[in-house]
Design a protein around this ligand. Sequence first.
Ligand SMILES: CC(C)(COP(=O)(O)OP(=O)(O)OC[C@H]1O[C@@H](n2cnc3c(N)ncnc32)[C@H](O)[C@@H]1OP(=O)(O)O)[C@@H](O)C(=O)NCCC(=O)NCCS
Length: 213
Amino acid sequence: MIYATEKVDHPGIKGSECGQSNWRMKTRAKHHDIDFSVVPEQDIQPDLDKAIRDILVACFPADRQYYQRQSWWHCAAIYRVLGRDRRGSIIAHAAVVERTVNVGRELSKVRVAGVQSFCVSQDYRGAGLSERMMLRAMTEADERGFDAGLLFCVEALKTVYGRMGWQRIDSDVYMFDKREGKISIASKNITMFYPLGKSQFPPGDIDLAGTDW
Ligand SMILES: CC(C)(COP(=O)(O)OP(=O)(O)OC[C@H]1O[C@@H](n2cnc3c(N)ncnc32)[C@H](O)[C@@H]1OP(=O)(O)O)[C@@H](O)C(=O)NCCC(=O)NCCS
């Protein structure tokens, strides 16, 4: 199988402010030999799924038991971005889900690329790899015609994602829960969007039209 590998030059994502020169400086100095690839979900065979679960268990210890069984959270991905070292071991991971959310009183439809289980292995952190990962994930989303990226994270990560071009959205966000029906997303999380086909996220409440991810 041949997967798309990382583009060398800036992909020209509309509205992106990824701090290119910054991450290039960092990553050239360290971990320049990491290869990033996009893998469609249907190409993930059991051995690759196991390798993905291994990095998720290591990076999200609180969710260890969950990730030992399953490599995706609430909503299945349509593709993953995997970072591999020279030996081919997975050292970074992002899953992208597809969803059309309803926004505001007009229920405007926004097709979002939802980022899930974004992580870099401990030994490789602090070298800007996450920016390269995200750029690859959002370039793919742009090529697939998504309106925007959407993710949920703790407040502490706002600056980290902000450096990658993500912007905080202060709208209320609702999801569907099997037992409770329509509820707010977890209050510990903030919502951030990444401009793709739309340079601004429409104002108003966001209905995820399903679970969160
Ligand atoms: C968040 C994560 C992907 C960043 O990867 P990375 O390749 O180290 O990212 P970068 O090198 O681009 O940036 C590192 C910066 O993020 C900061 N950072 C990492 N985790 C953080 C956290 N939980 N809270 C606040 N800042 C954090 C670091 O302090 C560092 O800041 P600095 O550059 O000002 O020194 C990585 O730390 C990770 O996998 N964490 C565990 C899984 C996780 O929490 N994923 C996010 C899910 S929403």
